[in-house]
Design a protein. Structure first.
Length: 284
């Protein structure tokens, strides 16, 4: 009987669900990503689909940096080491990491989150290179980020941060062939979508020292995590926390509710993902 649905990323909104909601006018996803929803089918059924863009950009960029720093400076390993009672004194070669300052930051997917991650790199005096479907001239002007082709991104990044959404081009884009083209000292961080990286192949690359480390917030078969990653000390793995702050999750919830209220009161919701629906004969 629902006229509106508020859904989370893990709620699969497929044809079966949509067909079982005969009165449905709006599906309001409480996330920026919408790959859990069959958008073409919702559009065909004249249902608005909305998301919560913008409000989680800075929060997710902060988390990308938390991963960059914790992998490169072995923060999680250090914490475990100390709690295990192994800290018996300063040693010159204890838990050596890699420098971040002055290195090259590579961004795969220079949208809102990629831009926010890049801005933070200024404080680390990093050179920023990026690869994206389209050039982002604003970011090139603002932070002197340099557009490069995909092989150059792989070859030159010291820290490669994935902020791209999942689409035909990004799906499975990083596998063993790509890791072999990266520096042995490189760190890869994924705050975009899990299916962009072939996790089994990443686990192999990390184990064999083909790349230096990885920081992950999203997984290929979420919430299942590739077993091979779980025992690796050079991987920092966190449970999809990109937007997880009190402030941001509250804003996301407010936006999700507002989108439903607008749609159900006969207005066009602010964060419409399927504007094509407007061309259809909208339900009243
Ligand atoms: C999103 O919004 O798509 C994030 O992955 C969860 O906050």
């Amino acid at each position: 009987d629902a006229h509106g649905l508020i859904t989370m990323l893990f709620d699969k909104v497929d044809r079966i669900l949509i067909d079982s909601c005969q009165k449905l006018c709006v599906i309001s996803n409480c996330a920026v990503g919408t790959e859990n929803i069959d958008i073409p089918y919702a559009t065909k059924k004249r249902i608005f689909v909305t998301n919560t863009p913008g409000v989680l950009t800075e929060t997710t960029a902060d988390l990308a940096w938390a991963l960059i720093l914790s992998v490169s400076r072995r923060v999680v390993e250090g914490d475990t080491f100390l709690r295990d009672g192994k800290f018996i004194g300063w040693r010159p070669s204890l838990l050596l990491g890699v420098n971040v300052y002055g290195k090259t930051l590579g961004i795969y997917g220079m949208g809102r989150i990629g831009t926010a991650v890049s801005r933070r790199a200024k404080g680390f005096d990093m050179q920023v290179i990026y690869h994206n479907r389209r050039r982002n001239e604003e970011v090139e002007r603002e932070i002197r980020a340099k557009y490069v082709d995909f092989p150059t991104l792989l070859r030159e990044s010291d820290f490669l941060v994935i902020t791209a959404p999942l689409n035909e081009e990004s799906q499975g884009r990083f596998g063993i062939e790509e890791f072999r083209k990266m520096k042995r000292t490189a760190v890869i961080v994924n705050v975009g979508r899990g299916q962009i990286i072939k996790e089994k192949e990443l686990a192999f690359a990390l184990k064999e020292g083909i790349i230096w480390g990885a920081g992950f917030d999203v997984y290929e078969r979420e919430p299942i995590v590739e077993e091979g990653l779980l025992n690796l000390k050079n991987a920092v793995l966190i449970p999809h926390l990109g937007s997880a702050t009190e402030e941001t999750r509250t804003k996301m919830a407010d936006i999700a509710i507002e989108n439903v209220i607008l749609a159900l009161s006969g207005n066009i919701p602010k964060n419409l993902v399927n504007p094509k629906v407007l061309g259809e004969n909208k339900k009243s």
